[in-house]
Design a protein around this ligand. Structure first.
Ligand code: ATP
Ligand code: MG
Length: 617
């Protein structure tokens, strides 16, 4: 029976516990080799009852009398040192909200091996030999890991990366990313250090740790050395320990024997690393989070479809754009993941190389702006070249934002520094490398420091400036001087159009009260889009020009803004008071007026009565 079917019916079901012979009410399976397990039950035991990543971290460690396996586990511990509970593996991985963020970490580890000779990283789906379930494979031909290296890889917070150029720095990416993608991972690495060639295997299995009730993260490892063409087991500890590691790996990995394990080195070459992630996480519907079926040359994120935000006419084109597809297509994301094109390295996704895309090649009316962030007083001058332009599809696509890289690796894709929905900044895209800031631990954001806040303000200013001076190039009306604005204020809608037309040679027509520009005249390449509804009348209002450009390099800016806010607040309170006073005056005057009117009516009536009496006399 295929595993996914098996689990659809049985998710969150603890019946298997009883079946496997654990004490009644124990709630978690225990390892009891004396109880024979039918194949199906064994398979079920080798996967967790909960296959959803976000829920897999909450589980109860059984209370009450300790059953045999738990007591044995506790007794074997060395209480003289702090331990790391397997739950930490899971909670640590929750930093990756987005599964592709985890995939990127494993690609980074291969890219960081370029200086050790890596020429490729393969990402593919293979099948678990034991139960035919999908396994995610990452394989590179980098320097590989020797026995010490693989232990560093499996440990938390150890990084061997000392070069300033490497992407890896925290010593955490491997653990968070494998755990975020699946419950279990096995690593095969071959290293060649001088004349010493080693083969190493490590198993990081959350399923094993949980099912055997470990209170500490235990990672079984096996090492071999190749001497005169012979594969010789290497053991720094006792033979018993080596045998026990082999037994655990065979039991909890997709491989059933030492020979099967060693076969995995056959296609690694002289050096390199292979990471297999299995028991991949599923969504709430019991389907794999990673979709291998829909596109056989890609890996898709099943639940990442974008809902709404675009007009129906634009939807189709927008959905093909990389700013959208990168959210769910690994091929799209991998294509922009690294800023500079590799000269002798390839990402091979499901047998097909990923074509690298530089956002600067996707722009028109491109411009480069140099920004000098104030990193800190004593630091060397830092200078960042920001490339900015209109998306080549402009004005049709409303996409915008900056791709921000750190050490060549994309950290923030299409970061929106201006408000969504505003015409200002529409279709403006940019790209730059921000090595002067530190990425967050999931490498999907930057630390929120004052430097970051200043950068955001600066980028906003850059976009608005760019827009102000160039929006006419994609068919938007623009005007640049206050004098002109004043002129526009005085004139009616038609003369406004005339003025802007003569300035920018942009023909425009009126349809349904909306100003539409015939942008085909502005398209140098003639690509786009006559009769495209571009600017609503309201968007051409006064505030288009009222952008106060502030000097954000001024360190006292925040105080100045706060001071200004307080002044404005007080002014507002004053005006509110005045408004209330005026309202009262108005009410009093209205009352007086009413009284005067009554008196007048009275007088008119008296006069009329007297006149009538005089006439009678
Ligand atoms: N594919 C690989 N080839 C060779 N060594 C690797 C590979 N993957 C991981 N390593 C080794 O394992 C160590 C830990 O990797 P891990 O991704 O956890 O941390 P890191 O890359 O050093 O830093 P970061 O947490 O920022 O990614 C690395 O420093 C490296 O020595
Ligand atoms: Mg890493």
């Amino acid at each position: 029976m295929p595993k996914s079917d098996f689990h659809e019916d049985d998710d969150d079901d603890d019946d298997d516990v009883v079946f496997l012979g654990s004490p009644a009410g124990g709630g978690v399976n225990s390892e009891d080799p004396s109880v024979p397990k039918p194949v199906e039950a064994q398979q079920r035991y080798r996967t967790l009852e909960c296959r959803n990543f976000w829920r897999a971290g909450t589980y109860e460690v059984p209370s009450g009398p300790l059953h045999r396996a738990r007591r044995a586990a506790l007794e074997s511990y060395d209480f003289d040192r702090a331990r790391v509970h397997p739950k930490f593996l899971h909670s640590n991985a929750t930093s990756h909200k987005w599964a592709f963020g985890a995939v990127a970490e494993l690609l980074d580890n291969a890219v960081d091996e370029i200086h050790n000779g890596a020429t490729f990283v393969k990402v593919d789906k293979i099948n678990n030999l034991k139960d035919n379930s999908p396994v995610l494979l990452f394989q590179d031909d980098g320097g590989g890991m020797d026995p010490e290296g693989i232990r560093r890889c499996m440990s938390l917070g150890f990084s061997s990366k000392r070069l300033k150029t490497t992407i890896g720095q925290y010593g955490n990416g491997f653990k968070t990313s494998t755990m975020r993608l699946g419950a279990d991972a096995i690593v095969f690495s071959r290293a060649s250090r001088g004349s010493c060639v080693t083969l190493s295997i490590g198993l990081l299995s959350y399923t094993f740790l949980r099912r055997t009730l470990k209170d500490d993260i235990f990672v079984p490892m096996l090492d071999f050395q190749i001497i005169n063409g012979q594969i010789i087991p290497l053991s720094s500890n006792s033979q018993d320990e080596w045998d026990s590691s082999l037994k655990t790996i065979i039991e909890w990995s997709p491989f059933s024997s030492k020979e099967e394990l060693l076969l995995q080195f056959e296609d690694i070459g002289l050096h390199g690393t292979k990471v297999l992630i299995y028991n991949l996480w599923m969504n709430d519907d019991g389907l794999l989070e990673l979709d291998f079926e829909d596109d056989e040359e890609d890996i898709l994120l099943r639940d990442q479809a974008y809902s709404g935000g675009f007009s129906r006419s634009n939807k189709e084109i927008v959905h093909c754009h990389i700013s959208y597809t990168l959210k769910y297509s690994l091929r799209a994301y991998a294509s922009i993941l690294y800023l500079r094109k590799f000269s002798s390295f390839q990402i091979i996704l499901r047998g097909k190389p990923v074509e690298q895309v530089n956002l600067a090649d996707e722009m028109k009316f491109m411009k480069t702006i140099t920004y000098k962030p104030q990193v800190c007083k004593d630091a060397e001058d830092v200078s960042v070249r920001v490339t900015i332009g209109f998306a080549k599809e402009a004005p049709v696509l409303g996409i915008f934002g900056f791709n921000v890289y750190h050490k060549n690796r994309l950290i923030m894709p299409f970061w929106k520094v201006v408000q969504e929905g505003s015409s200002r900044g529409r279709c403006v895209i940019g790209v730059f490398e921000a090595n002067f800031m530190e990425p967050a631990h999931d490498k999907q954001d930057f630390e929120r420091t004052p430097l970051f806040i200043r950068l955001e303000a600066k980028l906003r200013q850059i976009v608005l400036d760019y827009w102000k001076h160039n929006c006419h190039l994609i068919g938007y009306q623009s005007y640049s001087t206050k004098t002109e604005k004043r002129k526009l204020k005085d004139s009616d809608k038609h003369s406004y159009e005339h003025s802007s037309k003569t300035q920018h040679k942009m023909p425009s027509v009126h349809v349904d009260g909306v100003t539409r520009l015939d942008v085909s005249a502005a398209e140098p390449s003639g690509q786009a889009c006559a009769q495209y509804s571009i600017v609503e009348q309201s968007e051409l209002g006064e505030d288009s020009e009222d952008i106060e450009i502030m000097d954000i390099s001024d360190p006292t800016l925040i105080e100045k803004i706060s001071e200004e806010s307080i002044q404005l607040f007080m002014r507002r309170a004053e005006l509110q008071l005045k408004t209330a006073q005026l309202k009262q005056t108005v009410e009093e005057l209205e009352h007086e007026l009413e009284e005067a009117k009554n008196r007048y009516s009275q007088l008119v009536a008296d006069l009329e009565t007297r006149r009538t009496q005089q006439v009678k006399k």
